[in-house]
Design a protein around this ligand. Structure first.
Ligand code: AHR
Length: 612
């Protein structure tokens, strides 16, 4: 096979925001994941109106303690609190260590030696209270403890304690115990680790995995998460900012309680911290099981306008001032919004969409509006700047979809491939097979980058204890993390954002090869590179000759490299035990010549960087 790269023909720019990430609250990606709060169900709201308070457990027996949910919290929008009746103490001493409650967080709290943890709880008691805080399996030293705030008539108090861990336990629990008889109400219990990214609440190792993808945009917060099972369950941005204790939280479409500590402001902050452009997906008045008729869509439209103003309005605007009051006077760089998620087929979508479109276009003419309707095969019946394209399929079909946008009209809206992944049998938990065909698909998108403006894989995160949607790009538990082969494929493509796409032709008998060529600049060494990516999705080894026309290669210099993603078995995966089983391997190309011969192993992705 021969690949001829013609640097002087038809070179064009790929969008600066070509590769990004899509963060959805799914698989405990945020709660119990990127959002570093360690307590699960911190406000006792997760059980709804019932008396269930999972995953809290009781320390002590029936004769010494009883607990139940009381709806008498000092927080108006989340009335559940835990009523704890302690019968022991005084004449009848409590068991050694006291009685109380314990919370394992999200399948175990990662408590690490030497770190200072901030524990906050709210308590109301008639008499004195005297709670001991501890982490299971870890000795702690109390560094400080203060009553920070008193609510109402002095009955509710907010207590903040700093605990230093004297040992490490990756699956610890917080324990709140007492030996004092009495009746106590407890609410809003939080344990935050000290070392979140810039103190913004993001778990550092998970943040770094995303940052390493150098995403140019962050689509958030879903996905179906935006929709909710019913409209009452949707992500309502106005319920997710301000003091964390006062956020009502909601039961999300992925089957778990979200306390909304990771709220609208935190999503915008995450985008800013990543250096990525925020892309807000808001509810279009449609959930998975109900929808608002277009005649009643006005409040939703106003909500979206308010959200945009919160994100990017000046600090003298009504909602911009709310943002400024929360410590972010500078407007966020919100330039893209999506009207709903996967709602095109719903009866009210187009009618609702048009209301959103007209209101946003008139108030914010520069904002790019994304429709849920696919314009890749036929034109849309409504105006839009971009259209969403989602694909979850098997590996053969993903490979063949590399040509999907070849015939898309160049006159209509640009494509935003905001969710793609190989899934089911071919993917397992994240296989090489899936990743190689996704690489072919991405090469196809690069080739069509005159119409495809942005692309992101989905889902981004999986907490291994909540395998609701598999595969994913990044897998973690309380303290470990690894990237699946699909994650590593994304890393091979991040330099495409803002790169120059070059014309190339592949002459081959194999129908399983695909290649592309770009020129990109390395921001570290400021050198320009010709990058050639080739996917061999076939079962046989292929030999490829590469001929480069119209470029002066510095190929004799150090700096040119070859990176290969391959493995012994197509179904090979990474895991906590073998996190680097399927990762790209880079070697130097010191003797590279202008004409290159490359051996492409079966099911492999090869990326050559040639210094120019
Ligand atoms: O990525 C998982 C889900 O797939 C998203 O929530 C939804 O948009 C799609 O159906």
């Amino acid at each position: 096979s021969t690949l001829v790269v013609n640097a002087s023909n038809n070179a064009r720019n790929i969008s600066n925001t070509f590769h990004g990430v899509f963060f959805e609250e799914i698989n405990h990606a945020g709660a119990g994941g990127l959002w570093a709060e360690l307590v699960s169900n911190r406000g006792f709201e997760a059980g709804g109106q019932s008396n269930i308070f999972d995953p809290w457990t009781i320390i002590g027996n029936e004769s010494s303690i009883s607990v139940s949910i009381s709806r008498s919290s000092c927080f108006e929008r989340n009335k559940a609190a835990l009523l704890m009746e302690v019968y022991c103490g005084g004449h009848k001493p409590c068991p050694f260590g006291g009685v109380g409650i314990s919370n394992p967080g999200y399948w175990g709290m990662n408590i690490e030696q030497g770190k200072w943890y901030k524990v906050v709880y709210h308590v109301k008691s008639e008499g004195m209270f005297d709670f001991q805080l501890s982490f299971s399996g870890v000795d702690v030293k109390k560094v400080s403890s203060n009553i920070l705030h008193v609510y109402g008539h002095g009955k509710w108090k907010k207590v903040e304690t700093i605990l230093e861990a004297k040992a490490t336990n990756h699956i610890s629990s917080i324990q709140i115990t007492t030996t004092r008889k009495g009746s106590y109400l407890l609410d809003q219990v939080s344990v935050m680790p000290p070392d979140t990214y810039m103190g913004h609440g993001f778990r550092k190792d998970l943040f770094q995995m995303v940052a390493d993808l150098n995403p140019k945009f962050l689509r958030f917060p879903g996905g179906c998460y935006v929709e909710g099972d019913y409209l009452k369950d949707q992500f309502q941005w106005k319920d997710t900012f301000g003091p964390w204790e006062e956020r009502p939280g909601h039961y999300d479409t992925w089957g778990y309680w979200s306390d909304d500590g990771f709220g609208f402001l935190e999503y915008l902050q995450l985008a800013e911290d990543l250096g990525a452009m925020p892309i807000w997906v808001f509810n279009a008045g449609i959930s998975l099981h109900d929808e608002v008729n277009t005649s009643a869509i006005a409040p939703y439209v106003q909500d979206a306008l308010d959200g945009i103003q919160f994100a990017r309005g000046s600090s003298s605007s009504p909602w911009g001032s709310a943002r400024a009051a929360l410590g972010h006077p500078k407007p966020f760089d919100l330039r893209y919004v999506a009207v709903g998620n996967e709602n095109c087929d719903q009866a009210s979508y187009e009618g609702n969409y048009l209301y959103f479109y007209e209101a946003i276009r008139s108030a914010y003419p520069d904002i790019q509006i994304i429709s849920n309707c696919d314009a890749s095969n036929s034109p849309l019946s409504h105006p839009s700047d971009l259209f969403d394209f989602h694909i979850y399929t098997d590996s053969n079909n993903m490979f063949s979809k590399s040509t999907h946008f070849d015939h898309t009209s160049r006159l209509g809206p640009k494509a935003f491939v905001s969710e793609y992944a190989v899934w089911k049998t071919d993917a397992g938990n994240g296989s090489l097979l899936a990743a190689v065909s996704e690489a072919a698909f991405l090469i196809g998108l690069e080739k069509n980058s005159d119409i495809v403006e942005m692309v992101s894989y989905a889902p981004l995160f999986l907490n291994i204890n909540d395998r609701r949607w598999v595969p994913d790009a990044i897998v973690f538990d309380s303290y470990q993390v690894y990237g699946t082969p699909s994650y590593w494929v994304q890393k091979l493509f991040i330099e495409s954002s803002g790169a120059t796409f070059l014309d190339s032709t592949l002459d081959t008998k194999s129908d399983k090869l695909i290649a592309s060529a770009i020129i990109w600049q390395n921001s570290t060494d400021k050198q320009n590179y010709l990058r050639i990516k080739v996917v061999n999705f076939g079962t046989t080894t292929e030999s490829l000759t590469i001929l480069i026309n119209g470029l002066n290669l510095n190929v004799k210099q150090y700096g040119s490299t070859k990176t290969v993603l391959a493995s012994n078995n197509v179904m090979d995966e990474n895991s906590f035990l073998e996190p680097n089983k399927v990762v790209p391997q880079t070697s130097s190309l010191v003797n590279a010549d202008k004409d290159l011969n490359v051996i492409l192993s079966p099911y492999s992705v090869t990326s050559l960087d040639l210094l120019i």
